[in-house]
Design a protein around this ligand. Structure first.
Ligand code: HEM
Length: 236
């Protein structure tokens, strides 16, 4: 078991970040080198300045809000929580004093971010079981959502155990020691990381997160990088 834990928590994490970084750069470079489209993508009459309008289209999703307000609410919750999730994972490396304006140990939201993401992902998944979304969905849509759901569920379980039930064997200091050792290329696994009752949850969380990172550059999630430039092209 120790060997499996090591393989997932160390070499697979490095591998996943290399595929994620290199894969994303190569895919973006391939798109950049494509010959320009003969037709224009422009569909909007220019109302707001191009980039400002594109920012609003990308982050506030006005078309979705008009046509499907419930989906819009879940999309907003999901994207705000993703931002909090990025901050939370950065705090797993180092404590940021500015974030202490809201007193917390790690992960703002006391477990509610994970809960909100779980509910949003269940909504995104189940809406694809109902027509007409079902007829428009391809297997990749389901794989991606299930992969995210598993990643989020195992991550949240650890936060809920600590914040809601006072589980104290696997501490933030243990995570920091492990993650900083990866950054410094001197990997170390503190005994709590591999030997506590919740180590298997961490290993499953990191395993699914690694798969997600490996899958990212070849999936629809590349829209994270492309939404803004495409909306700018639409705005003209
Ligand atoms: C290799 C990359 C990753 C590592 C090493 C990692 C590690 C962790 C750790 C140590 C926790 C803290 C658990 C606790 O509070 O006790 C956590 C929480 C969490 N992670 Fe990750 N994670 C990674 C990637 C991801 C990804 C890609 C996602 C989803 C997109 C994700 C979603 C979550 C969620 C939802 C939580 C709980 C947050 C909350 O409840 O507030 N993680 N992660």
């Amino acid at each position: 078991m120790e060997t499996i834990y090591y393989l997932v928590l160390v070499p697979m994490v490095y591998g996943a970040f290399v595929v994620f970084g290199l894969g994303s750069v190569l895919r973006l470079a391939a798109l950049w080198r494509r010959p320009p489209q003969p037709s224009t993508l422009r569909i909007h009459a220019r109302r707001a300045p191009g980039w400002l309008g594109a920012l609003a289209d990308s982050f506030l999703l006005p078309t979705v809000r008009r046509h499907n307000p419930l989906l819009w609410v879940f999309l907003m919750i999901f994207h705000v929580c993703l931002l909090l999730l990025i901050l939370g994972h950065l705090e797993l490396f180092k404590r940021f004093e500015v974030l202490q304006v809201i007193e917390h140990q790690v992960f703002l939201g006391r477990g509610l971010v994970g809960l909100a993401l779980t509910l949003a992902l269940l909504f995104f998944l189940f809406r694809r079981f109902v027509s007409p979304n079902r007829d428009l969905s391809v297997p990749e849509d389901y794989y991606l959502l299930i992969l995210l759901l598993l990643t989020v569920l195992f991550g949240s379980q650890m936060d809920w155990a600590r914040s809601w039930y006072g589980y104290g064997e696997l501490t933030v200091e243990d995570y920091r020691a492990y993650l900083m050792s990866l950054v410094l290329l001197k990997p170390q696994l503190p005994s709590a990381v591999t030997g506590s009752g919740h180590s298997f949850m961490l290993v499953l969380h990191v395993f699914f997160a690694n798969l997600f990172l490996i899958f990212f550059p070849f999936s629809k999630i590349m829209h994270a990088f492309l939404a803004l430039p495409v909306n700018k092209l639409r705005r003209g």
